[in-house]
Write a protein that binds this ligand. Structure first.
Ligand code: HEM
Length: 500
């Protein structure tokens, strides 16, 4: 009897039913509630949850979360073994269930749309390589347009009183500038004007939808989420084909997608192009806006980092004979931006700090997955294998004092630092805000580039300060696992034009 009581006590204390698992399968944590399993605890703070179970069960364990068995691989030295198995461990099976439900379009991986997934995949090249050059040029022009009209007007700034200083909320500021400049770059502008008149309403609707995004991903039916369905319809209708076709300077990427949807529209009953445009709008700004915020916040709250990055910008401008920017129209090419090592490092450091995306893969067959020299785990068809790179980003063995922001963490001996170690072994993957393998974010180069462009203009043209007396901004962990975390609370800052 004493033994039974002991066992029960252990089970209660552990708060985990460690089911008897077949040989070779990882420990299974099921929780007490059938089907739901550990979903509530996980949803509250995924990072804390995973770190606790890593301490208890080691690098590999399976958790029941809302009816799904998810196996977490917590050791980054094992990541290459997962990432290289793109065929056995597939990303799209999962995304093809989640994305259509969230954004409201029919699954594209179906026999109704033969060849469509391949064509969509091919269109991603239009965001990369040589195609990034016109995108980057257009983005810089649009950032300048928004900055000049809204923030760089000397008279307006002086009229604002307080010696030309203006005060604003930082996340809101980043959101306004990046949302509009990215939209103009990807989708284009109205035929007669340089800016869309309804941009602010579109942005506000987008933010309303985005607040409910984690609940939609968690499979909460949209009809339970108040006005979310109506807002989603409104956002989708913004992209009605007759409207999109009137916009000019549209990127090649979106133009290609419009052609693609027309092609399938004429073949089948698919009047859903707007939903796809809306999904791409989410992909292109949903993470970029908070990433821009954190990059700006860390620099403004670390004046020595801000000065060092600004110094780098000035030195290189001088070297290139571009140090006269009195007309504030200065434009940098992509190659020039790439030479700003400290700026790049500052962006990567803020991504390391704020990124929390999970890499989810679904097993396509039963197989034995080798993870270390002598260790394999048995995987069953349909199992979900998950990488959680935030755990690596915050590992003190890999990143000394990981909680600290160090703008130059990714620079060594005048070049980009790429060697990071765990257990004495060099890591192949050490910073993964954009996912991994064949399905890694296709917009990653564009995203990093546009954040650098934003910071370049900001540091060049403005003095920046935090309004005093505010607490340090913390991460809102409620969307852990879903991308770049938002700030728990916005922060006030002051800015004024620097003497040209
Ligand atoms: C800081 C900004 C960004 C972050 C952190 C980010 C992150 C991610 C992540 C984690 C994924 C899933 C990859 C995987 O699990 O393998 C993803 C997918 C995707 N991202 Fe991004 N992204 C960003 C910006 C962008 C931008 C600017 C665009 C477009 C212009 C974009 C377009 C996409 C698309 C289309 C996918 C789906 C790819 C597929 O279905 O294969 N992203 N992104």
């Amino acid at each position: 009897r004493a033994n039974i009581i002991n066992i029960l006590w252990v089970i209660l204390k552990e708060d985990a039913v460690l089911a008897v698992v077949p040989y070779g399968e990882p420990p299974l944590i099921k929780g007490w509630i059938p089907y739901i399993g550990k979903a509530l605890e996980f949803g509250k703070d995924a990072h804390k949850f995973l770190e606790e179970y890593k301490k208890k069960h080691g690098d590999i364990f399976t958790v029941l979360i809302a009816g799904k068995y998810m196996t977490f691989i917590m050791n980054p030295l094992m990541y290459p073994n997962i990432i290289k198995r793109g065929k056995q461990l597939d990303f799209h099976e999962f995304s093809n269930q989640v994305a259509p439900r969230t954004f409201g379009y029919p699954p594209v991986f179906s026999s109704k749309f033969p060849g469509m997934p391949d064509q969509i995949k091919r269109s991603f090249h239009l965001l990369q390589g040589d195609n990034l050059t016109p995108l980057s040029k257009s983005m810089m022009g649009n950032l300048l347009l928004v900055f000049k009209q809204d923030h760089l007007d000397k008279r307006q700034m002086e009229d604002s009183g307080e010696g030309g200083w203006r005060t604003d909320s930082m996340c809101e500021f980043c959101s306004k500038v990046m949302f509009e400049a990215t939209f103009l770059t990807l989708y284009g502008k109205p035929a007669s004007k340089r800016r869309h008149s309804s941009m602010e309403t579109l942005r506000e609707d987008f933010i309303e939808f985005d607040k409910k995004f984690p609940l939609l991903i968690a499979r909460i039916p949209i009809w339970l989420l108040g006005r979310t369905k109506a807002i989603r319809e409104k956002l989708i209708n913004y992209f009605l084909p007759q409207r999109v076709s009137c916009w000019s300077n549209t990127s090649q990427f979106i133009t290609r997608r419009v052609e693609l949807f027309e092609q399938y529209n004429s073949l089948r009953d698919m009047d859903k192009a707007g939903t796809h445009h809306f999904a791409i709008l989410w992909a292109s700004v949903g993470n970029t806006i908070p990433a821009t915020f954190w990059a700006m916040y860390h620099l403004v709250s670390h004046p020595e980092a801000l000065e060092a990055v600004r110094q780098e910008i000035h030195s290189l401008l001088k070297l290139w004979g571009m140090d006269d920017f009195s007309d504030r129209d200065i434009n940098l090419s992509r190659e020039q931006l790439d030479q700003l090592l400290y700026l790049e490092s500052a962006v990567n450091e803020s991504l390391r700090h704020s990124s929390s995306s999970m890499n989810i893969r679904v097993a396509q067959e039963d197989f034995s997955l080798p993870l270390e020299a002598e260790q394999s785990v048995a995987v069953r068809k349909g199992d979900i294998i998950t990488l959680y790179p935030r755990s690596m980003h915050m590992d003190p063995e890999i990143y000394d004092q990981p909680e600290m922001y160090r703008y130059d963490r990714f620079v060594q001996d005048g070049r980009q630092k790429t060697d990071f170690y765990k257990d004495g072994q060099r890591l192949k993957y050490y910073c993964m805000p954009f996912g991994s393998g064949a399905t890694m974010c296709p917009g990653r180069y564009f995203a990093i580039n546009e954040i650098k462009q934003f910071l370049f203009l900001l540091l060049l043209h403005f003095d920046l300060q935090l309004v005093e007396g505010q607490p340090k901004v913390t991460l809102d962990t409620s969307r852990a696992g879903l991308g770049i975390l938002l700030p728990a609370k916005d922060v006030r800052f002051r800015y004024r034009l620097r003497a040209a």
